[in-house]
Ligand binder design. Structure first.
Ligand code: HEC
Length: 686
């Protein structure tokens, strides 16, 4: 590995999205042109997906990517020609996003680790052949809960990180009841043997156990690391950002501060022992998962250099902490926040508020902030807004409805921030789109004919399906309604869907085995549907179940966020002082931009990269543009239209004296894409 490579997801184990390359600079970036495009072309006809989020890695002259269809490819990084491919899905399909792969080299061997559904595969980096000495014939099963006895379902969305001969993994789990606990696990890269486990939901005797109900370690889920980790190799510390415990918006069944949910956890990378932790949200009921690995970056404060980390959040805060001790570099104050009104819920009375840097996303919204593109829409949204509870970012979800802002997609996303290791400057994009949250109780369907099967099927459904399809089966956003399923699909077709998966829906092949009758009894039941006994103070959980509606955009009639622009921003923050260097709207909708107004900014996913050449590269916006900005001023220096949306983080590398910038592209309409590509740019040859 050399500084010409991009050997690790996000550029390095410091998660800085940083490139030391200087060939492309402020003067010549305008001359960048397409060098090659790689189309995996492996998509099948009915395949649709939301986002292709891969951040390619490059070692020497070879690039390793996964396609949106989630095959693994080695391609020649200077011309985009395929070298080999590997299909880890073993006939299964779907399974959600995968943001890239992990490379390891040692003992003259090189491996690529790639995840699919609940498995991690080890593949020879030279040949694309599976390493049969790893785990069980080349794979390990992440659903095995070694030392525990729970049925867990774990998959990987962000690649693991290497420390010596360990691959350290978190995992994505369901976000509703029955979710797996978010163990952090380290496996031997050669044998696949489990070397250590850190329980993010502590077991008896472990630190933090008392911050949950007694049996939480056997029942509760989440507090998982889905967003990747960073590693201080010299200190042998791995930094693990975690998400909220499940349910996302309801915690009456997990009273307590819920360590190590929503924490930055510093672990001994060799042993998994806890070194320190910092909790950013106590008893999270907002889905404020820490969405990306923290940037490891050195700052200068009061004339002293401090090795720090900067953890971006969905709330718009950046937690800047001493990397060795976890001490805040800028004071963080615990302040009182509103109390939940949901029966049984005990929201935490205070939450931490960093004094600096100031939030890079707007955190509150009044009628004055409502967009006014259409007078009619403004009036409607004014009524809606006035009916919502909103006292800042920690307003608990409620039955009449709560405004969640910046919301679950807001502030930082999984692309994370770019950290300029030379200057201590942090570059981060933000989404600003308010959401609506609502909690109610729904009466259970009765199906007297087949009550037992039905009940078992329902339990399975609430555990594995409700987070996407809704507890009431009416669908959530792009996840379709499953009501009246028997009018559309034969029983065998339903089972096929479950075995194979589809789009972001994982394959449930292993889990449904032997339970087919139960699941079908529930899914195809015609019942007297359903709504709605709102929570009335008496929680009768035997005849009701929880219905949580959240992740819902608060839009106007044009389909735009109900708030005034900018809807997306790019921010440059000086971590030495906590001050903003600049802040600009990211992306523009020319049809909605009013004369004389700044660009509107656009919803965006995927991170920036900062370079020693003085540039910040970022695509991310849902307008198919790829842009480069002057890192000192935020001035736009280059933009080009991609063949689709670049909803990913670019990678930068150099081969034979030529610098390349690549980005994964999702082709299709909006968040309904059908095809993936990787596009490389370089200065004209010679
Ligand atoms: C991560 C989100 C997610 C989860 C979890 C999930 N699904 Fe889906 N499901 C989807 C999406 C998205 C589609 C639409 C796929 C497409 O358009 O190809 C879908 C489609 C389906 C369909 C086909 C619907 C139709 O009308 O064609 C069925 C049936 C289904 N899901 C059942 C289930 C069941 C049962 C579970 C739990 C075992 C489940 N899903 C879990 C996201 C999910």
């Amino acid at each position: 590995m050399t500084s010409n490579d991009w050997p690790i997801y996000r550029g390095g184990s410091d998660a800085n999205n940083y490139s030391p390359l200087t060939q492309v600079n402020k003067d010549n970036v305008k001359d960048l042109q397409e060098a090659w495009t790689f189309y995996p072309g492996d998509e099948t006809e009915n395949f649709r997906f939301w986002k292709y989020e891969c951040n390619p890695i490059v070692i020497g002259e070879v690039m390793y990517i996964t396609s949106a269809w989630r095959r693994l490819y080695a391609i020649n990084a200077s011309n985009g020609e395929k070298i080999w491919e590997f299909d880890p899905l073993e006939g299964a399909r779907g399974g959600g996003v995968l943001r890239g792969v992990t490379y390891w080299a040692g003992d003259g061997e090189q491996r690529i680790f790639v995840a699919a559904n609940n498995k991690l595969f080890s593949v020879d980096a030279k040949t694309g052949q599976i390493d049969s000495l790893f785990g069980d014939r080349g794979r390990i099963d992440l659903n095995i809960d070694e030392g525990g006895n729970r049925d867990i379902m774990v998959r990987i969305s962000t690649p693991g990180i290497i420390y010596k001969d360990l691959i350290i993994l978190g995992g994505a789990v369901s976000e509703s009841s029955g979710a797996a606990p978010g163990h952090v696990r380290a496996y031997n890269v050669r044998t696949g043997a489990l070397v250590w486990t850190f329980h993010t939901i502590p077991w008896p005797g472990e630190e933090g156990y008392e911050t949950w109900p007694q049996n939480a370690y056997q029942n509760s889920g989440g507090a998982n690391n889905w967003a990747g980790m960073s590693l201080d190799e010299k200190r042998a510390i791995v930094y693990v950002p975690t998400g909220s415990p499940t349910y996302d918006y309801y915690g009456a069944d997990r009273i307590g501060s819920n360590l190590f949910g929503n924490c930055i956890i510093a672990l001994n990378a060799a042993t998994g022992a806890l070194i320190w932790y910092y909790q950013t949200v106590h008893h999270d009921i907002w889905d404020y998962d820490l969405p990306a690995a923290p940037n490891l970056i050195t700052v200068e404060k009061d004339g002293k250099k401090i090795d720090a980390l900067a953890q971006p959040s969905k709330m718009g805060f950046i937690y800047v902490l001493n990397r060795e001790t976890g001490e805040p570099i800028f004071p963080i104050e615990e302040k009182p926040v509103p109390a939940s009104k949901i029966p049984g819920e005990q929201s935490w009375p205070t939450q931490p508020f960093p004094s600096a840097p100031k939030s890079f996303a707007r955190q509150s919204m009044t009628v004055d902030d409502l967009a006014e593109f259409s007078a009619e829409s403004f009036e409607t949204n004014k009524k809606i807004l006035n009916g919502l509870w909103h006292e800042g970012i920690f307003t608990p979800p409620d039955t009449p409805g709560t405004l969640l802002f910046p919301g679950s997609r807001g502030g930082a996303e999984w692309g994370g921030a770019a950290g300029d290791v030379a200057t201590g400057m942090l570059y981060i994009n933000s989404n600003e789109s308010p959401e609506l949250g609502r909690i109610s109780r729904v009466r259970k369907n009765q199906n007297t004919a087949n009550e037992t099967l039905f009940g078992a099927g329902q339990k399975f459904y609430l555990t594995y399906c409700a987070s996407c399809h809704g507890a009431d089966r009416k669908g959530i956003e792009a996840n379709p309604s499953l009501l009246d399923l028997n009018k559309r699909l034969k029983q065998s077709e339903i089972l096929d869907k479950l075995k194979i998966g589809s789009a972001i829906m994982p394959s449930f092949a292993g889990l449904i085995k032997g339970k087919e009758d139960q699941i079908l009894a529930f899914l195809t039941e015609t019942g007297k549907d359903v709504p709605v006994g709102l929570i009335d103070g008496i929680e009768d959980t035997s005849t009701t179940y929880l219905n949580i509606t959240a992740h819902g955009y608060f839009l106007d009639t044009l389909g735009q966020p109900a708030i005034k622009p900018p809807w997306g921003t790019l921010n440059a923050i000086d971590l030495n002082t906590g001050d903003f260097l600049w802040k600009i709207p990211l992306g523009n909708d020319p049809e909605l931009q009013k004369p004389g107004d700044p660009p509107t900014g656009i919803e965006n996913y995927g991170g920036p990269v900062v370079t020693a050449g003085g540039l910040v590269f970022i695509a991310a916006t849902l307008d198919s543009m790829f842009r480069a900005f002057d890192k000192d001023t935020g001035k736009l220096l280059w933009e080009i239209k991609l063949p689709g949306n670049g909803l990913a983080t670019p990678s930068l590398y150099m081969i034979n004296g030529r610098q390349y910038i690549v980005i994964a592209v999702s082709i299709g309409e909006n968040l309904n894409h059908v095809k993936s590509a990787v596009v490389a740019f370089a200065l004209p040859d010679g």
